[in-house]
Design a protein around this ligand. Sequence first.
Ligand code: PAF
Length: 278
Amino acid sequence: MEIADTIAQVRTAIRERRQAGLRVGLVPTMGFLHNGHVALIRESTTSCDVTVVSIFVNPTQFGPNEDLSTYPRDLGRDERTCIDAGVNILFLPTAAEIYPEEFQTFIEPGRLAEPLCGAVRPGHFRGVATVVAKLLNIVQPDAAFFGQKDYQQVAVVRRMVRDLDMPVEIVTVPTVREADGLAMSSRNAYLSVSQRERATCISRGLLAAQAAFRGGEHDASKLVAIAGAEMVDIDSLQYLELRDAETLEPVIGSVTRSAVLLAAAFIGSTRLIDNVIL
Ligand code: PAF
């Protein structure tokens, strides 16, 4: 595995491979890799000849009172995970490499970025869209891989790629869950043993609603109520909403098109998100 710290290095590492006609996959991450990331890498190594993983804790997607400074990091372990998973190039830029002095151009996502996480994390998707656009421009992959856990993020990225005519395929990879259902997330590392146990009620609620939907319950408010009834062990709920899977508009009444049930909740001071597609 080659390690590139600069944009010039990663471009040089990719150039020869692209000239040889190889298909390049990019897995953008913020590190502290877990099996959810490994699933993204597997998807890339399966469908691409060259897999590039980026690890960059992107400051522009964190709000002033969020966890940028405490975001979990373990570069040594991440490097070993990437080697074991068959990554070809690991891109580890510094903040100064991505956002040099005088940097002043941002991507402003539209309606898809307004509700849900966009409403409670102002500027978050502006930061995500900007860094993803930069990573796509730097690596110029044929395909880029994102986890379904960050459902709204993938929707915003897909829209950006379409709106700005970026020649890349965006692949969504299903959420990987722990044995007890908890969606894998780097932020799970913040949870104490008892918080970790309590956190399982989020996926329990979402999966209960999904099972009810599959069993014939199509009333949106009843499905939300079924999920909410399980989420008794959280400390606070930011949102639990049933939205159109494509437009992210609220679903009112009966579910007649593909929909997604999304939740964001706090366990202690840790904010967790999860979703299921109905
Ligand atoms: O999902 C993440 O880890 C980040 O939001 C991403 C896509 C790497 C952009 O910083």
